[in-house]
Every structure is written in C-alpha cells, then in structure tokens.
Write a protein that binds this ligand. Structure first.
Ligand code: SAM
Ligand code: FES
Length: 346
C-alpha cells in the first residue's frame, strides 16, 4: 500500500485495479501516512490558508427527481422558495463585509428561471463586486446557456458528475437524466473557459469500490479545477430514506487520494462532512482539503434547502458561520484567506 501511496504522490495514475486494492486494503497506519502525505502536499501549495466561498442557495425549486436529493421534485413536504434579486445582492453585501471574495450561487434546476434572469443576476453581482469571483451551480444546461453565463462574467461552475459508472448513475437517477449528458456538460464548461468543479457523493447507495475507482480515473482524465466530495446522507422524504450514510473515514481517505492525484486542485471540506461528524470539516482540511463554503443564505430559507437530514448551520446567521469556521480553522493552525482563491496552474 505504501508503494501505491508513493506512486500517487509522484503523480503516476494508478489503474482501476490498483485503486480498488488501495481503497480496500489500507491499514490504520497506511491511513495515517496517506493523510500526512496529502496534508503536506496541500500545505506545499496553499500553506495554512483555507479559501472561503460564500454559498447562496437561491432557489429550491427543481424539475429533477434525483433519488438521493431532499429538494427533488416529488418531495411535496418542502416549502419552495426563490430569492429575489435584491435578496441575493443583500447576501453578497453581507458576505463581502465578512471578507468573502467568491460567491457561489447554487440551486435546484429551477425551470422557471430564464437565462436572461441568470445573466441579469451575474451582471448585477459583478457590477457591484468587481473584486469577487462568481460560481454558478445550477445543473445541466445547454452549451449556449453556459456560454452566455460565461460571457456575462461568471467565472466558475460546479457540477458534480455524481458517479462515473453508467449503471450506478441509473440507480441514482430517473431515466430522463443521463451520465453522458452530465459528462458532456462538464466538457462544455471546460471548453468555454470556466474553472470547473466535478465530484461525487461518498457512500451513495449501491456504490462499490470499483465505482469509486472509476470516479477517480474520470477525475484524473477531466482534470477539473475543483473537486467536491462529501458523504451521502439520507433524507427522510426520498426513496433512499433508509439507506446507510457514507462514512467519515472513507470520505477522508478519498480527500487525501484526490489531493495526491490532483495536487493543486481546489478541494472543499464540505458541509455534509461537517454534518456526519462535529469536527468533520477540520478533519477534512487536515486530510488535504483547502476550501470551506459557509452558508450566506438568509436564515429564513435555510431549513428549506435541506438536501439531507440534519444539515448543519441551518439556524445560524452568515456572520456566525463565518466566525465559527474561523475559530475552528484557527484551532488546527489554519487561517481563512480573504481573496478570490482562483485555481493556480502548476
Ligand atoms: N442542481 C444542481 C446540480 O444538480 O448540480 C446543484 C444543486 S445539487 C442539490 C448539489 C449537490 O448536492 C449534488 O451534486 C449532490 O452531490 C449533493 N447532494 C444532494 N443530495 C445529497 C444527499 N442526500 N447527501 C449528500 N449530498 C447530496
Ligand atoms: Fe455554520 Fe459553524 S459553520 S455554525
């Protein structure tokens, strides 16, 4: 195993069989070595700085019905909301005062929001906050839509591929969604010039080590600027309500493997990781992550953007989350960076 870790560190891409072997046979000592190597790699590129992204969950309307997701179309128990332009700008104003220089606008695939509306939002944010980067995460769109958002000034796009295996993809999504289209969207986004984020849930239902190995190979091949991974956590109003959640241990191992495989990638310690363990985000940073994404959404809508049960920080003000994370990072010897935190090629 040590030899495989060393090879990963030297950026030799492992084969699918080697990844399965590595993920299935790590001893407790191997895990310590893996995390140490990943942490050293992360410090080499980012020192003790953690980039922050202010997350604004601006709509929970969604036309999709992904089996794992708490805001899926069929969940009638969710009260739907969409923030107004002024609400969104207020979140950015508050965030800017708190030191955020990246805003992430995330939402369900809200079919009622037109491209023109998205473009207006981008223009307004970029006009008022020219020193900030803007990330969109609103799902699968056409090439032309992605191009129009980019031309309007959007810098980055997050679209997790969810799983790189066809059969597994079909177990997580209804028939109208295809892995091929998801992958094509990612390629389009890259071609247009966005800083692109892919990723997947750890421990999603029916996931095997072979699937994870395929995810890792897909990530290496796509070579995204950002990778978002977090544990799957069941939501009680979904078909996966009774499925087991992903584990802390496996998520941390994968953060470390991804750090070694893509050494300068932007890699968040996600809210889901902070949800399955009180110190999950700190452990994620120590395992090689270098980004946190505190919530800037207005407090009165947070509970309604519950992708999974018991999501943390749904009752807190933006400032509380910001300072809480700052304290948490300080405790482990890290500082929150006040800059856009763009991807830096090696
Ligand atoms: N609609 C956009 C999209 O599909 O890319 C962005 C919003 S979507 C809710 C953001 C991410 O949440 C998904 O890519 C998925 O990986 C994650 N997610 C959804 N349900 C989850 C769950 N039950 N546990 C953990 N993560 C979940
Ligand atoms: Fe939100 Fe800690 S990050 S309360």
């Amino acid at each position: 195993m040590r030899e495989l870790i060393r090879q990963l560190e030297e950026e030799r891409i492992l084969t699918k069989e080697e990844f399965v072997d590595l993920l299935g046979n790590l001893t407790a000592e191997d895990e310590i070595v893996l995390k140490e190597r990943a942490n050293l790699t992360s410090r080499r590129y980012f020192d003790n700085k953690v980039y922050t992204r202010g997350l604004i969950e601006f709509t929970n309307y969604c036309k999709n019905d992904c089996y794992y997701c708490g805001i899926r179309r069929s969940n009638r128990a969710v009260e739907r909301y969409k923030l107004t332009m002024e609400n969104i700008l207020d979140c950015c104003r508050e965030g800017h005062k708190l030191g955020f220089r990246t805003f992430v606008l995330q939402g369900g695939e809200d079919g009622r929001i037109s491209d023109d509306e998205i473009i207006t939002i981008i223009h307004k944010i970029k006009e008022e906050f020219p020193d900030c980067a803007l990330t969109l995460s609103i799902g699968e769109k056409s090439y032309d839509s992605y191009l129009s958002y980019y031309k309007a000034g959007c810098d980055r796009y997050l679209l997790r591929h969810e799983t790189a295996n066809e059969e597994h993809y079909r177990k997580l999504h209804p028939d109208n969604l295809s892995l091929e289209n998801r992958k094509q969207c990612l390629r389009n986004l890259k071609e247009i010039g966005y800083q692109v984020g892919a990723g997947f849930m750890v421990g999603s239902p029916y996931q095997t080590l072979e699937h994870i190995a395929e995810d890792l190979l897909f990530l290496k091949d796509l070579s995204p600027h950002m990778v978002g991974i977090g544990p799957f956590i069941p939501h009680h109003e979904t078909p996966f309500a009774n499925q087991a959640k992903g584990t802390l241990e496996q998520t941390l191992i994968l953060i470390s493997v991804i750090r070694l495989m893509l050494p300068n990638v932007l890699l968040p310690a996600t809210t889901a990781l902070g949800t399955i363990h009180p110190n999950g985000r700190e452990m994620g940073i120590l395992a090689g992550a270098n980004v946190v994404m505190p919530n800037l959404s207005p407090t009165n809508v947070r509970k309604k953007y519950e992708l999974y049960d018991n999501k943390i920080c749904t009752g807190d003000e933006a400032a509380e989350c910001r300072f809480c994370l700052e304290r948490r990072m300080k405790k482990i010897g890290y500082e929150l960076a006040v800059d856009r935190g763009d991807f830096q090629p090696i």
